[in-house]
Design a protein around this ligand. Structure first.
Ligand SMILES: [Zn+2]
Length: 79
């Protein structure tokens, strides 16, 4: 039967496709994992520059000349 000869070939192809998809999924996951690691680092790494307005005590992410929250000229780096 030609069908029985075909079946192993087809399943091999399917296996190849499955492996290819799996490795793609794996690399996708490791990409996400890496991103999560980076985010974790950013969250735990307190060395990221931060600024705070000493007038309203709001945190700002840049060295603004004027506080975007209260407009005071009191933005200073967080040490
Ligand atoms: Zn302010």
């Amino acid at each position: 039967m030609p069908l029985t000869y075909r079946k192993p070939g087809t399943s091999n192809e399917l296996t190849l496709i499955r492996v290819a998809i799996q490795s793609q999924i794996m690399s996708l996951f490791s990409d996400v994992g890496r991103k999560v690691e980076k985010t974790k680092q950013a969250l735990t790494d307190g060395k990221q520059e931060e600024y705070v307005c000493v007038s309203c005590e709001e945190l700002v992410d840049e060295d603004y000349e004027y506080c975007p929250h209260c407009g005071e000229e009191t933005v200073e780096p967080v040490t």
